[in-house]
Design a protein around this ligand. Structure first.
Ligand SMILES: C[S@@+](CC[C@H](N)C(=O)[O-])C[C@H]1O[C@@H](n2cnc3c(N)ncnc32)[C@H](O)[C@@H]1O
Length: 434
């Protein structure tokens, strides 16, 4: 396909996402199934246009003076492929599959528009209500923080130290431009896509099949490290999902002790079995949602709550979610977070720890939930640990390079694309008196 056909396809997908309010991944998949002639390069290029348009929907709409699918598609191509409007017009000339060009005035406006004159929520590329939430949560720098959430994300990998080492994986993935991650000790990064490119499908590589590495955002790797699992410990991963953090905990514990991996949703847990096998994790026991875990009450050294959340920290990867999220959904997540924290507390032994993680930047899902937990469980001897000190000890070369907030005598951490170059993550640790 030439650029014109790809752009037309991207506009169709954007219209579908808008009309049916459906996840962009589903819309792209359906488009691919009904257009079998399109090759993988075409599908990747169409995906780039669609994702870019959704990442910057509001600022592109402002700059074009039109937020329809066609205007957004053109804006994403001009910006994403760094093409001058005249260059784009020349590239589409005579292409019968190309969409109609916006008028010259619109293209000129796009090139000239200055976002410093735009309302903050437009420059932040957020709906108004979420702009208010991020402003309240992140303070002064919130517009730049939100804008960084609208950039293309890198592809991050975690080296599985149970089976390999970073140098070995770096060598195997050298053709893809793999480099050591900035912060995570076992992390590897493949930079964000440029132009119409695409990330390699690393999961077909021999090293992946052999369990040498996992795909995992650097922030998620750091959150697992900050939970400070020790070899030999008894650990409960209460919201294990597909196991990203459970696998990281297993490696950090050097395959010793025991990790109970549980989740309320059997479907989400299902992929963990293959992943554990491939990664060679022998210290993880998967608990069926129907299992009676009462035997673990008061017995865990560490309980990890990788809580269900709005995922606002992952908007670089799932930009459609920011336009679909509702206040009701946020409220529901907060109730789930309280529920799961209450459940988690029962498993922590005296002298044990509870780590709370979200991939959200909304304070109501983060520090506010910990404060509410303390208000409910103040009598059970839980205190907020100094997560900021943990960060500085783990990453002395990046001391203070995250947001460290004071809370109830301890401190909590927020990672953001702008500050740490990771997805947005929140981390808090609670210690139960012995
Ligand atoms: C952020 S995801 C977990 C991601 C996973 N830990 C990882 O690193 O790949 C949150 C998980 O919490 C689960 N969940 C939601 N409510 C729960 C509850 N009350 N108890 C246990 N798990 C719950 C969801 O099914 C979902 O899999």
């Amino acid at each position: 396909m030439r650029l014109g056909g790809r752009l037309t396809a991207a506009i169709e997908v954007l219209e579908d996402v808008e009309a049916r309010r459906r996840p962009v991944a589903d819309a792209l998949k359906d488009w691919g199934l009904s257009h079998r002639f399109a090759g993988s390069g075409d599908r990747a290029a169409i995906g780039n246009i669609v994702y870019d348009a959704l990442r910057k929907k509001r600022s592109y709409g402002f700059r074009m003076g039109d937020d329809g699918a066609q205007a957004l598609g053109f804006a994403a191509v001009i910006d994403g492929l760094a093409m001058a409007p005249q260059e784009l017009a020349a590239a589409l000339a005579g292409d019968r599959f190309a969409p109609e060009l916006p008028n010259a005035g619109q293209l000129e406006r796009f090139g000239a528009a200055d976002l410093s004159a735009a309302p903050d929520a437009v420059a932040a590329d957020l709906p108004d209500w979420l702009a208010g939430k991020l402003q309240a949560s992140l303070g002064e720098d919130w517009v730049a923080e939100a804008a960084a959430l609208a950039a293309r994300p890198p592809l991050d990998l975690r080296v599985n130290t149970l089976k390999s080492g970073r140098d070995k994986v770096l060598k195997a993935l050298a053709p893809f431009g793999a480099a050591p991650a900035d912060l995570a000790p076992d992390g590897i990064r493949i930079a964000a896509i440029e132009g119409a490119g695409r990330h390699p499908n690393v999961q077909v590589e021999a090293g992946f099949q052999k369990g040498w590495f996992e795909v995992q955002d650097e922030g998620s790797q750091l959150a697992a490290r900050l939970a400070a699992p020790m070899p030999g410990e008894q650990v409960l991963d209460l919201c294990a999902g597909a196991g990203g953090k459970a696998l990281a905990l297993s490696a950090a514990m050097e395959n010793t002790g025991q990790i109970h991996a549980a989740d309320a949703d059997r479907q989400r847990l299902a992929p963990i079995h293959d992943r554990l096998k491939r990664a060679g994790c022998r210290n993880v026991q998967v608990r069926d949602p129907r299992d009676d875990m009462a035997g673990l009450f008061g017995a865990m050294d560490l309980v990890l709550v990788d809580a269900p959340c709005t995922g606002s920290g992952t908007w670089r990867r799932r930009p459609d979610a920011k336009w679909r999220l509702s206040e009701a959904a946020l409220q529901k997540r907060m109730e789930e977070q309280d529920d799961v924290l209450d459940r988690a507390a029962r498993f922590v032994r005296p002298g044990g720890r509870l780590a709370y993680v979200t991939c959200s930047l909304v304070a109501e899902e983060n520090a506010d939930r910990i404060a509410a937990f303390l208000a409910r469980h103040g009598d059970k001897g839980f205190a907020v640990a100094d997560a900021g000190a943990r960060w500085n000890a783990l990453l002395p070369q990046a001391e203070g390079r995250c947001r460290i907030g004071a809370l109830a005598g301890g401190s909590v951490i927020t990672m953001t694309p702008k500050l740490t170059g990771t997805d947005g993550f929140f981390f808090a640790a609670l210690e139960r008196a012995g």
